[in-house]
Write a protein that binds this ligand. Structure first.
Ligand code: F1P
Length: 338
């Protein structure tokens, strides 16, 4: 978790190296649709990437777990245009993802772009183009550094394909990441070790929903704690009945709907919840107990990666509190085979 910013350099370098090929694929393809798929963490990465494609590039974009794409292809709307399939997988060997890609291509044709960490893996080999970030590799079963590297590669991919788009500058990005870790590591340790918390909720909307899913999964799989993600406003429609004084609510606060989201947090605070907010700038509100200020200076579409280190650390410290090995939690393997 603490070394992930080293992998960011690799992610940006890979996209830079492939820039010409990516632009050629994108322009020649004239895609109307983008379909992003993966499993587990890499499905959540797909859930972050699809709205980025849609909002930044104006194509219809959708994320589906590889198993759904494989077993329920009829849930996809047919398209009259061309689709770019993006398969995300740390290992590049998850059999659900490989099979989903094979079956989809047999039926629909079209190119496949892979985002992963292993150049020799099957998905990298069968891809038309692969963004492989070997620096993202890690020993733990749980994806942390790899997720960060693949996410940044995906964000940089979207930036590259935008007309006149530029990649974020590598050095300032890394420096800000390291500053965030230095500033808030202690907060993650403190909250993660607090035995009072028995329930964790991660709220994020719009571009942040996939991230809320991922950081909630980190908490769940590393520490075997009760943890769930929701869209912010959705939380009031039932799930908030679970909030009490043993609940930590983590909100990835937006700028465009901030007032609505703060109103939800005030309700949760009134129920006894402890509220941690991550926001670009400082926000003053009585509902907020703790705040992480990203101060990235980047547009929303390019700052998602900054949510990761501290919230991964939160799961890590909770795992230690729960007596779990955060690298090798119970019942998990690095690659799932169908
Ligand atoms: C996908 C994945 C991981 C999860 C676990 C099992 O792997 O579901 O997200 O943490 O290790 O596999 P991959 O296809 O991204 O390699």
């Amino acid at each position: 978790i603490l070394t992930q910013t080293e992998a960011w350099r690799g992610a940006l370098r890979v996209v830079q190296e492939k820039q010409a090929a990516l632009l050629q694929l994108w322009r020649e393809g004239a895609f109307s649709d983008v379909l992003v798929t993966g499993c587990g963490s890499t499905y959540y990465l797909s859930l972050i990437l699809a709205p980025l494609f849609q909002s930044q590039l104006g194509v219809r974009a959708r994320a589906l777990p590889a198993s759904e794409l494989l077993l329920y292809p009829e849930t996809l709307l047919p398209t009259t245009g061309r689709t770019l399939l993006i398969a995300v997988s740390r290992s590049g060997t998850t059999s659900e993802t490989i099979q989903a890609v094979r079956v989809y291509r047999e039926r629909n044709g079209g190119p496949m772009l892979h985002i992963g960490c292993y150049p020799e893996a099957e998905l990298a080999q069968i891809a038309d183009l692969a963004l492989v970030v070997p620096e993202g590799r890690e020993e733990s079963v749980v994806q942390t550094r790899s997720f960060s590297a693949m996410l940044l590669a995906g964000q940089a991919l979207v930036a590259t394909l935008q007309d006149g788009g530029t990649l974020p500058a590598t050095q300032p990005l890394i420096e800000r990441g390291e500053q965030l870790i230095a500033s808030y590591h202690e907060l993650a340790r403190h909250l993660g070790h607090n035995p009072e918390f028995g329930r964790f909720y991660f709220l994020g909307s719009g571009l942040r929903y996939g991230m809320a899913c991922e950081v909630s999964l980190k908490m769940k799989e590393m520490s075997l704690s009760f943890s769930e993600p929701f869209h912010c406003m959705e939380f009031r429609h039932g799930p908030m009945s679970m909030v009490n004084e043993h609940t930590l609510v983590v909100c990835l606060l937006s700028e465009q709907a901030r007032e609505y989201e703060l109103a939800v947090l005030r309700d949760l605070k009134a129920l006894g919840g402890h509220i941690l907010v991550l926001s670009e700038q400082k926000v003053n509100d009585p509902a907020i107990d703790e705040q992480i200020i990203l101060a990235s200076g980047l547009p929303e579409s390019q700052r998602t990666v900054f949510y990761l280190p501290i919230l991964q650390l939160l799961g890590y410290y909770r795992a230690l509190t729960n007596g779990q090995d955060p690298d090798h939690p119970h019942n998990l393997t690095a690659v799932v085979v169908l």
